[in-house]
Design a protein around this ligand. Structure first.
Ligand code: ZN
Length: 212
């Protein structure tokens, strides 16, 4: 199993949602348990709704890779990784199943209660590595988990960079990969076609995502 020990000053604050991106469950299960793959996660949720606990949450998994979120780098240090079985964009990306949502919701509620994880700290792989990752992707319906990731009350007039910053992208990533950040927001908004164009409709939807 691939893992490291968490440092004492680096405690779990985030949950990161992924998809496996492999053709079937067995290949994903094998990869996540293979020393040579150099990847791992804490939980794997199959399409049939079975939860596989692959790694103790107290240990650091290797699922996030090079990543940034707000002012934090290397999110593996601070997170629990949940992988959902899905073939992903490279094969034939499909809807997630109701059983998967049901089980992920149970897992998240457990961590909210026991690790004091907040809704705003449940994030996507595509949010923390927008230049490299698309998962869980635009077919992932976060509403089905019963959480509110963004809940800013005071509406502000912000330009697109301001909105991206408020969403949570690091300063560095907005500077280097702005168009990828926009694509990640579109995935979060469940757009069907993902591109980096910025229309007025997009700005409106982006605002409505952030402000309640
Ligand atoms: Zn991922």
């Amino acid at each position: 199993m691939n893992y490291s020990f968490r440092k004492k000053n680096k405690t779990v604050k985030y949950i990161i949602i992924h998809y496996t991106g492999m053709i079937d469950f067995n290949s994903a299960y094998k990869k996540l348990n293979d020393l040579k793959s150099e990847v791992s996660c804490h939980y794997l949720v199959s399409r049939r709704g079975k939860i596989f606990n692959l790694l103790c949450p107290k240990l650091k998994g290797w699922h996030a890779g090079v990543s940034e979120w707000k002012n934090v780098k290397n999110l593996n240090d601070y997170s629990i990784g949940i992988e959902l079985e899905n073939k992903g964009h490279e094969h034939s990306y499909t809807n997630f199943t109701d059983s998967q949502y049901h089980e992920v919701k149970k897992l998240i509620n457990f961590f909210k209660f026991n690790f004091f994880i907040k809704d705003k700290d449940i994030i996507f792989h595509s949010d923390i590595a927008p230049n490299r990752k698309k998962d869980p992707g635009e077919k992932f319906l976060v509403k089905k988990l019963g959480i509110e990731r963004f809940n800013f009350h005071q509406r502000k007039t912000l330009n697109i960079n301001g909105l991206l910053k408020l969403y949570g992208f690091s300063h560095n990533y907005i500077k280097l990969y702005k168009s990828d950040c926009i694509k990640a927001v579109k995935r979060s908004l469940n757009y069907k076609n993902i591109d980096s164009s910025i229309s007025n409709t997009f700005k409106k939807k982006f605002n409505n995502l952030l402000f309640k």
